[in-house]
Design a protein around this ligand. Structure first.
Ligand code: DAH
Length: 344
């Protein structure tokens, strides 16, 4: 290393001071500031190097240069302090540079399927009336789906054309009524339960019918349950669900698992009973089947029909969901196209 002279050290100090001005201006980020500190102020930095070279100066020059270098060091430190505060101020002002007039970012929210919406409403009406909610398997056996429900062995509903069979005795349930059997086998009366779920039928697929749809089953078994209670419950439900201004009528009907049986029609909520394409100009829509639980069904689950009686009802909900939302093709409910579902 060349011998340090007063002259060379003087020049070095001068050069460093000039360099500093540029280096100071160039610092814009936190990382720049750190490399400034390392270059000039660290133990191996340029200022430390000048102190080191001072050691080889002739004796009398040392105090003079000691003073000069201390001044230099102080001014580099002051420069660095200024850099630090400048960077801090810059980052604070970036943080406050938020444009409050920009529209907020929308969070991607899902939507509730129209069938689920309809089902939730039905559930809340019956829960408020004191019903529990139960469910059962979609893959059923012949016993629960038909036999225990008093279907004659040759009843046409067992026909291959309506039922999807998995094997001779195992099938996809064609209605939610088998859950009645499961509920009554598990639980002693009083039983007051609705049983929603998906059912399957081997029907020709069209805009109006599909191979799967949803039903809600209802069951009330206790001492002295009467037919008028059944009608009262159905009317109370229909008025809450379809609107208090609806008209309704009960028609006698037949189901193997109820006796007597009825079907309920309500005035068409689309045309208000005037007659339209949907209600086929009748002014009424069929909404459910119901009846008093057949004594054979009670016996099949070990409930004494002399002591207890009960009513049951069953309704499809997909058609209602379609009509309420003005959807004209049932298949749309099952395709799960989010562009369609997002609208509800
Ligand atoms: N299970 C019948 C169907 O799928 C509907 C039904 C009718 C259910 C009368 C019942 C009932 O519980 O009592 O068409």
């Amino acid at each position: 290393m060349a011998q340090t002279t007063a002259q060379s050290l003087h020049t070095a100090i001068h050069t460093l001071r000039e360099e500093l001005a540029g280096a100071f201006a160039a610092v814009t980020t936190q990382a720049d500031a750190e490399s400034f500190r390392i270059t000039y102020l660290s133990r191996n930095g340029k200022v430390a190097a000048l102190f080191e070279s001072m050691k080889s100066l002739p004796g009398p020059d040392k105090p003079v240069f000691g003073k000069l270098l201390n001044e230099l060091k102080k001014s580099v430190e002051a420069t660095f302090a200024e850099i630090a505060s400048r960077i801090e101020a810059a980052s604070a002002s970036t943080a406050s540079r938020v444009d409050l007039t920009l529209p907020g970012r929308t969070l991607p929210l899902g939507s509730i399927h129209p069938v689920t919406q309809t089902l939730n409403e039905i559930k809340s009406i019956f829960v408020a009336m004191g019903f529990d909610i139960a469910d059962g398997p979609e893959i059923e056996d012949d016993y629960h789906n038909f036999e225990a429900l008093n279907f004659h062995p040759h009843h046409p509903a067992r026909d291959m054309q309506d039922t999807f069979f998995v094997s001779k005795d195992v099938l996809l349930r064609t209605h939610t009524s088998p859950v009645q059997i499961r509920t009554m086998k598990k639980q002693k009366p009083p039983i007051r339960t609705i049983m929603p779920g998906r059912v399957y039928r081997n029907e020709a697929i069209s805009a109006r019918s599909y191979c799967t749809f949803h039903q809600v089953e209802g069951l009330y078994v206790d001492k002295n349950v009467s037919f008028s209670e059944l009608k009262g419950t159905l009317v109370a439900f229909a008025k809450q669900f379809y609107g208090s201004d609806i008209n309704y009528k009960f028609r006698p009907s037949y189901f193997p698992f109820t006796e007597p049986s009825l079907e309920m029609d309500i005035s068409c909520f689309l045309c208000k009973g005037k007659g339209c394409r949907i209600c086929k100009q009748s002014g009424f829509l069929e909404v459910l089947g119901a009846g008093m639980v057949h004594p054979n069904v009670l016996r099949n689950v070990g409930i004494d029909p002399e002591e207890y009686s009960g009513y049951a009802f069953g309704m499809g909900i997909d058609r209602t969901a379609l009509l309420r939302h003005g959807i004209n093709d049932i298949r749309l409910l099952f395709e799960n196209d989010v562009r369609f579902l997002r609208q509800f």
